[in-house]
Design a protein. Structure first.
Length: 67
C-alpha cells in the first residue's frame, strides 16, 4: 500500500501526522525526565530534542502561513 502513494503525499503525511506525534512524545518524555532528575544527561538531551522539534514545527507552520 505504501508503495502506491506518491512521494509528495508520503512526505506531507509524515510531516502533518508524524512530526506532531513525535514532538508530543518527546515533550512528555522530557517533562517526565525533568521531574525525576533535572541534571541528568538524558533529561538535558530530551530538553534539547524538544526545543529542536518545536523550532522545526514552528518554522513549518510559519512557512505554511506565508503561502
Amino acid at each position: 500500500m505504501w508503495l502506491f502513494i506518491t512521494k509528495k503525499f508520503r512526505t506531507w503525511l509524515l510531516l502533518t501526522v508524524g512530526l506532531p506525534l513525535t514532538r508530543l512524545a518527546v515533550h512528555r518524555l522530557a517533562v517526565a525526565a525533568d521531574r525525576r532528575d533535572e541534571s541528568a544527561r538524558i533529561a538535558r538531551a530530551l530538553r534539547k530534542a524538544d526545543s529542536a522539534m518545536t523550532a522545526v514545527s514552528g518554522r513549518a507552520s510559519r512557512r505554511k502561513a506565508r503561502r
